[in-house]
Design a protein around this ligand. Structure first.
Ligand code: ADP
Ligand code: MG
Length: 238
């Protein structure tokens, strides 16, 4: 236990939550399979960043996670890599239609970056990633979702539109990421976020990432996360 505390301190991690797992030192320790490890090497990632070291084992154990770390700290891979594991496991269990994982970000530029990172790790598993955000034609996204994309990377408004158009049903979603929660709230997306969460089964795994921790994000974390592991890196969000 003292060793875990020392390691967290050296990574600049502040962690709370019942029985939070110990941080990992290598991607191999996350228990990823060979295709995913290969893709990680190909991406040029040698070792997990601080947020990844703590968030990966927490997410892989099925916990809800609140992750606060500044821009550039590698938050995307922290939620994208476990998404692959989750989907491969879940796919066997639940047939049916609609995405298994949704990742929501504030703007189409940010969603685009997340989409690129997701596609990079999903292609080895032949998982289909739908880009459900502005800038691309809705009818194309409609088709991709209907054809059975397992992952949707979206902005809040576009996701709600697609759900309304019945392109996408959220019944099979069990892995939800809200990325850049602070910016989404600044942009006034709180009602959309709450509406989306209200349409997803309550036993989903929910991951909330943010660079800062304003009151509104704190309130969402308290309302929506269940038994989370809370992780903060450095002075982020202070
Ligand atoms: P954030 O979302 O926290 O702002 P990103 O996920 O966009 O950060 O990552 C920032 C940059 O670091 C990206 O270029 C990403 O490819 C790279 N990166 C992520 N994880 C690692 C890692 N473990 N090792 C090296 N580079 C990484
Ligand atoms: Mg990011």
């Amino acid at each position: 236990q003292a060793e875990v505390s020392a390691r967290r301190r050296s990574l600049g991690l502040t962690v709370s939550g019942f029985d939070a797992p110990r941080p990992i030192a290598t991607f191999t320790q996350a228990g990823f399979d060979a295709p995913l490890l290969t893709a990680i090497v190909r991406a040029g990632y040698k070792e997990p960043t601080a947020i990844q070291a703590q968030a990966l084992p927490a997410i892989l154990s099925g916990r809800d996670v609140l992750g606060i770390a500044k821009t550039g700290s590698g938050k995307t891979a922290a939620f994208v890599l476990p998404a692959m594991v989750h989907i491969m496991d879940q796919q066997e269990l639940e047939k049916g239609e609609g995405p298994i994982a949704i990742i929501v970000g504030p703007t189409h530029e940010l969603a685009e970056q997340i989409h690129r990172e997701t596609h990079r790790f999903a292609k080895g598993y032949k998982l289909r990633v739908c880009a459900a955000f502005g800038g691309l034609p809705k009818h194309q996204q409609f088709r991709e979702l209907k054809a059975g994309a397992e992952i949707a990377v979206c902005t809040p408004g576009r996701l709600i539109d697609l759900v309304r158009m019945k392109a996408c049903n959220l019944q099979r979603v069990t892995y939800v990421v809200l990325d850049e929660a602070d910016r989404m709230f600044d942009m006034g997306f709180e009602p959309q976020i709450r509406s989306i969460l209200g349409q997803i089964r309550p036993d989903r795994q929910l991951l909330l990432f943010s660079a800062t921790m304003p009151m509104k994000v704190e309130r969402l974390a308290n309302d929506a996360l269940s038994g989370p592991v809370r992780i903060r890196v450095g002075e982020a969000g202070m």
